[in-house]
Design a binder for this molecule. Structure first.
Ligand code: GLU
Length: 526
């Protein structure tokens, strides 16, 4: 039957940590689902855990979604018809609903203190019993409850989970799920003694009041779902449809973690990924679109997304594949945009300052003025650190813009731009001889190469790219060496580094005179 309910989905993170790939996948899929169905995407802050709460995580959430280009219709800082969308602003509501369950006989007051609970826990561990509350207060008489309440004994409110029978629900990805009620946590707390709700209560009340049609979240929430279904039943509410997304694992089949590489979005940013690449790749984690098609924009994804295309099997996070997407999207940027995206890494500002996890096995990228020779002034304009270069900010910008098309083909990460532009902003020290002399030829031959390099530089300026290339090929043949062995010493002389843009273009940007000077200098040291 055609589903006629309006699609209303939510991303409901707890601001207790930085946004990571798993959270982004959940946010993205909910967003895409809403957009594909002309529905609403809601952003709800589940900030009931006040001990782990930190304002910086809220900021990071907004910042990450904005960077990715994922926007929402209701919630967060936007408001909406069903607000507030921040759970800490809704505490009175949860109290009201917890009391409603008490009145309905679906929940009860529990007066057990921490000491007693600890005692039970100990006995359970000693006897290898399943942990959980022993339901002691479920059996108190009305009189006993009244008396304890009147004398102000601290209490919580617990749900009366049925002790027999089964809970059944359907999941869009996993199919029908049947769960024995005895396996549901025995009578979990809904309202804590300080009047704060637990995740379960706040989550269910809000999904109901905000008219959420589909709960789409990671598969690790499956064990909570039977309890949630029981809570909806206790309230007498219809539950939303469920859709538990497949796990995201590392290459070893274990849940993706810091051991595998970057996981937090800040770190992907610090490592020079583009949002387009992240969006495209993450959209394919557990979902397939068209056979054989690899590239999708956010807009295309929003048109094509469908619950039917979600996979059951865990997705494997492949950093190499993401790298492929990144290089690809970098190649698609306009020169202006490439400049805009690489400048923070060249100057060591903005995204380049985001924290990188020290446990990450991938090396830290070489970014900032010490690698590029370019820093950012207080006026927001780049300047050359080496004053003897006599470059104005306008010169620096022009040079960088000239380099952009050259480095574009070589970049897998935006971070790599820093080292690649360095040769233009300093007179590099002449590299040691063993770095200039190729393995297959000797010093004398290398000197011959560098002598010929002067003609090569002339060819670069007198002919076109092809002409310069042909000149190099002919010269290499004449000298009886491979083309690579002809180019390498020249590259080292001109740029002082192996990480540089293509040689002919580099010579062009550097200029004839400066190129020749660097070649002469190098010959003198051999
Ligand atoms: N606040 C929960 C989280 O941190 C939400 C889980 C859910 O979507 O129900 O992921």
């Amino acid at each position: 039957m055609e589903n006629i309910k309006e699609v209303r989905v939510r991303y409901a993170p707890s601001p207790t940590g930085m946004q990571h790939i798993g959270g982004v996948r959940t946010a993205l899929f909910n967003y895409l689902f809403a957009r594909s169905k002309g529905g609403k995407f809601i952003l709800r802050l589940e900030d009931t855990d006040r001990t782990r709460y930190d304002e910086k995580y809220v900021k990071n959430l907004y910042d990450t979604l904005a960077w990715l280009g994922i926007d929402w219709d209701e919630g967060g800082d936007k408001g909406g018809e069903y607000g507030p969308y921040v759970q800490s602003e809704r505490f009175e509501l949860y109290k009201k609903y917890a009391n409603e369950l008490i009145e309905k006989g679906e929940a009860y007051y529990c007066f057990c203190d921490a000491e007693r609970l600890e005692r039970i826990r100990k006995i359970q561990t000693e006897n290898k019993m399943a942990p959980g509350y022993d339901r002691n207060c479920r059996h108190l008489t009305e009189e006993e409850v009244k008396e304890k309440l009147a004398s102000g004994v601290p209490h919580v409110i617990r749900l009366k989970v049925p002790m027999e029978g089964e809970t059944k629900f359907h999941d869009h990805i996993l199919g029908d799920i049947v769960w024995k009620n005895e396996d549901i946590s025995p009578d979990p707390i809904l309202l804590k003694s300080d009047g704060f709700p637990t995740y379960h209560l706040a989550n269910i009340v809000d999904d109901h009041l905000m008219q959420i049609s589909h709960v789409m979240r990671a598969q690790e929430w499956i064990p909570s779902t039977p309890l949630h279904v029981q809570m909806y039943k206790a309230f007498g509410w219809e539950h939303p449809e469920f859709c538990h997304l497949p796990m995201v694992n590392g290459s070893d089949g274990k849940k993706l973690s810091k051991r595998h590489g970057s996981t937090s979005l800040n770190e992907f940013r610090a490592r020079g990924y583009l949002p387009q690449a992240i969006i495209n790749y993450v959209a394919l984690l557990g979902c397939s679109y068209e056979e054989g098609k690899e590239f999708y924009t956010l807009k295309e994804l929003a048109e094509k997304f469908s619950l039917e295309h979600l996979n059951k099997a865990p997705a494997v996070f492949d950093y190499k594949k993401l790298e492929f997407y990144n290089a690809n999207y970098i190649r698609q940027l306009s020169t202006e945009d490439l400049y805009k995206w690489t400048l923070p890494f060249i100057t060591g500002t903005g995204d380049a300052t985001l924290e990188i996890n020290p446990e990450n096995p991938q090396p830290k990228p070489n970014v900032g003025p010490q690698f590029s020779g370019v820093a950012l002034g207080e006026d927001g304009e780049p300047y050359c650190v080496d004053k003897s270069m006599n470059m104005t900010s306008a010169d620096v910008k022009e040079t960088l813009m000239g380099l952009m098309p050259l480095i574009q083909e070589r970049l897998k990460f935006l971070t790599e731009a820093a080292e690649m532009v360095h040769f233009m902003f300093t007179e590099p020290a002449v590299p040691p001889a063993d770095q200039i002399i190729p393995k297959r030829i000797d010093a004398a031959k290398t000197k011959e190469v560098l002598e010929a390099a002067k003609e090569f530089v002339a060819a670069v300026f007198e002919t076109d790219h092809e002409g310069a290339e042909n000149f190099a090929k002919a010269k290499a043949e004449e000298l009886g060496i491979k083309l690579g062995d002809f180019m390498m010493p020249i590259r080292m002389a001109v740029t002082g580094s192996r990480v540089s843009p293509p040689l002919i273009g580099s010579i062009h940007v550097l200029g004839k005179e400066r190129s020749l000077k660097r070649i002469e200098r190098t010959i003198a040291t051999l």
